[in-house]
Every structure is written in structure tokens, then in C-alpha cells.
Design a protein around this ligand. Structure first.
Ligand code: THU
Length: 142
């Protein structure tokens, strides 16, 4: 890996992977196209886009799709994630996706969000989901 993961710099291929998969977003109802790319502990990049449905609540977020791809690829540990949307502004993960990310990411994992204007913002999962409920709670609170 040429570009070691840290809190400030996304892996060099991550943004591009998120931007590329964003083009495949199926969002005919919201017209809000999102792409997500995860750098996993195995060094692989897993991508996903939002997939909407005529039955609106059955739609899936880009982050959730990328997590599914990661798990299907045999990896369970997120090191970085980048989320990009089409058009102006940036998108931060929804509440449900923050919880899904928490299953596979430590609190210090960086979440990069970028709009089409190129403006990049970085958060940690702990900032976006403080006092999280996770698998440790199930282990210790029995
Ligand atoms: N969406 C995502 O894919 N990721 C987010 O972080 C926020 C929202 C999708 C869900 C839906 O398809 C569309 O964006 C509008 O909410």
C-alpha cells in the first residue's frame, strides 16, 4: 500500500473508486446518487451504490451496499470509507448506516465525504456515532 491509511488522507484509489461506482447508483426516485468505497483490513477496496426500490423503504444506501460487498468478499474490518454524492454538497452517512459501519469499524476509522466540487471533509466514526451500541455491549452486559 503506497498511501498508509490515516485520519487525514484517503487511500489514493478510494475516492476514485467511490466516484466510479456512484455512476451506477440506481436512484430514479430521489435522483440522489451516492457511491461508497471501503478500504478493508485485507487491503482490498469494496464499493457500493444506493439501490432504490418502487417500495421506497426497501431501498438501500451506498454504504450498506459497500459493507455487503466487503462481507461477501470475506473481509470484516473497515480501515477507511469514502462517500461521494452526485451534484452539489456532501453527504454524511444516515443514522442506520452509522450503526452498520460501527459493526465493522473502530471509533477512530476515518469517514471521508466529498461532493462533486472536490471539497473533502473527514470525520471519525466516533464523532458521527458517539456512545455507540456495539457487539461489546452484548458481550459485557449479559
Ligand atoms: N443515501 C445513501 O446512499 N447514503 C447516505 O449516506 C444518505 C442517503 C441514499 C438513500 C436514497 O437512495 C437516497 O440517498 C436519498 O435519501
Amino acid at each position: 500500500m503506497q498511501n498508509a491509511p490515516n485520519n487525514n488522507t484517503p487511500h489514493e484509489d478510494l475516492l476514485q473508486a467511490a466516484q466510479a461506482v456512484r455512476e451506477n447508483a440506481y436512484a430514479p426516485y430521489s435522483n440522489f446518487q451516492v457511491g461508497a468505497a471501503i478500504l478493508a483490513a485485507d487491503g482490498q477496496i469494496y464499493v457500493g451504490c444506493n439501490v432504490e426500490n418502487a417500495a421506497y423503504p426497501a431501498g438501500q444506501c451506498a454504504e450498506s451496499s459497500a459493507i455487503s460487498a466487503m462481507v461477501a468478499g470475506g473481509s470484516l474490518e473497515i480501515r477507511q470509507i469514502c462517500i461521494v454524492k452526485k451534484g452539489g454538497g456532501r453527504v454524511a452517512p444516515c443514522g442506520g448506516c452509522r450503526q452498520k459501519l460501527n459493526e465493522f469499524a473502530a471509533a477512530d476509522v476515518p469517514i471521508f465525504v466529498q461532493g462533486e466540487d472536490g471539497d473533502l471533509q473527514s470525520y471519525t466514526l466516533g464523532e458521527l456515532l458517539p456512545v455507540a451500541f456495539g457487539k461489546e455491549n452484548l458481550e459485557t452486559d449479559k
